[in-house]
Design a protein around this ligand. Sequence first.
Ligand code: SAH
Length: 373
Amino acid sequence: MYHDIYPARLPEPFKSYRLLSKAGVRGFPGIDSAQALLLSCLQDPPLPLAEPILDLTAHAGLSALTLSATPLLVERSASAIQVLTAQHLQHLVAIPSQLEGQFATLLAVLPADKGNDTIEELLQAAYRLCAPQGVVYLAGDKDKGFDRYFKWAKQQFGEGEILERHKGYRVAAVVKNKPDPRPNHPATLSFSQYPFQNRGTTLQIASLAGVFSRKGIDLASQLLLEHLPTQLQGSQVLDIGAGAGVLGAWAAAQGAHVTLLEDDLGGVLSCQETLRLNGLNGTVLHSDVGSALPPEARFDLVLSNPPFHVGSDLILDIAEAFIALAAQHLKRGGDFYLVANQFLPYEGLLASWAEVRTIARNKSFKVLHARKR
Ligand code: SAH
């Protein structure tokens, strides 16, 4: 089941450890390959690490089990946070650019799929949080620009070397031996902002690095909004996987009471900022699918543009969990509107509890309407 927590499949040299993980956590059912290479590099033979240690990308918490000293773990994903909590591993729920402090050693796995601006922000945060002469260990994917990021970091920090190359993955260490041009400069969140318009409503969307469709509204979400009912005054609306809050904020602007669920803390903060910018109210929950939603909550309307990835069962699991959540929390006769790529086979899952119709399609996407029986 989507919400179950399992022992992660660990590669050599970690076979003797017991680490928990779950669907939605990076690397599940195993662990992220770049993180595995980073930690095996620090452990075998053990590198003496100066404390305090900050792990900026904790995922399921492997560094807390394998390093010789205890790192402070940082995570932004609600699914990973559930796993850290289940293992009683102390952690901070934060995005790196919110953090303050000075650390002698930092660890960061560069998220290959989140785009340049996220990685640049992560490296900037690592630099700001690194004490003079401190070391940042970086891991990433060669085919996703690792060499370029390493070169940038080496330039910024002053010194660096590649420690390990294995398959497509790289581990590097950079040392902060260049004086910081902005010492003690405070943590700041930098939202990018864009306007969007749909059927007479104009909204400003605020978005942090790493949040879906940061530069402008996604074409699938746009298609969904073009086919939603506009008479939403007073209705209870749930937006699952809210991103920067485009769908939920639009519904709120039509007078709905909205609840937005988002796994990524960067998304949660973006949703809050989007609502604030437009003078709208709503409840934003940092939630792995429905993990933060009260079980008794009921909605008239549920909206979603679920995540998917070609060839990855994992992401389809998430979309399936979104559909199951909609079924559970809709009132009888309530409506679920979902937009998906043409080739994604969601109709069967919906038909088991709802009357399903395709209400719009274009070359790439279809909008499905499911009315709960
Ligand atoms: N609704 C937004 C974002 C759609 S992309 C829009 O239309 O622009 C899908 C979103 O689902 C992403 O923001 C992603 O972070 C979020 N997501 C992925 N896994 C999730 C999970 N397990 N629980 C909640 N949200 C999740």
